[in-house]
Design a binder for this molecule. Sequence first.
Ligand code: RB5
Length: 148
Amino acid sequence: MKKIYIASDHAGFEMKEAVRAYLSSKACEVVDMGPADASRVDYPDYARKVAEAVATDPAASGVLICGTGIGISMAANRFKGVRAALCHDAYTAAMARGHNDANVLCFGARVVGLGVAESMIDAWLESAFEGGRHADRVAKIEACGVFL
Ligand code: RB5
């Protein structure tokens, strides 16, 4: 069973609740890392929760949602081993897995509706990393320093 850590900020809270239910219906083991309600929070705190979980549990993946998906993806990518992809549709979600081996899917609840979000999740879960030349490029990402 695929294990997925999920979190959001306040702007992504309602979407996070809906996506968590959708992932559970797809027979994923979902670990909700918060927030528990729509009170205002700072997206880096929730990006960090999922990023640290995915970095230490490489078989798992993550989903992060904020208003635009921008801030929460920027924050998640500060963590070594995390490849967080800000996606907007099923095509970018499939490419994020196929070419970039993204282990965290990010999107904006103020940008896409639930139908598009579900199509991104389907594409991302059903796609496989293509390896080959893409593996060489991902290795170069991993060779970059963090917190320089
Ligand atoms: C919150 O207002 C908003 O700034 C946040 O959800 C996100 O869009 C930041 O990138």
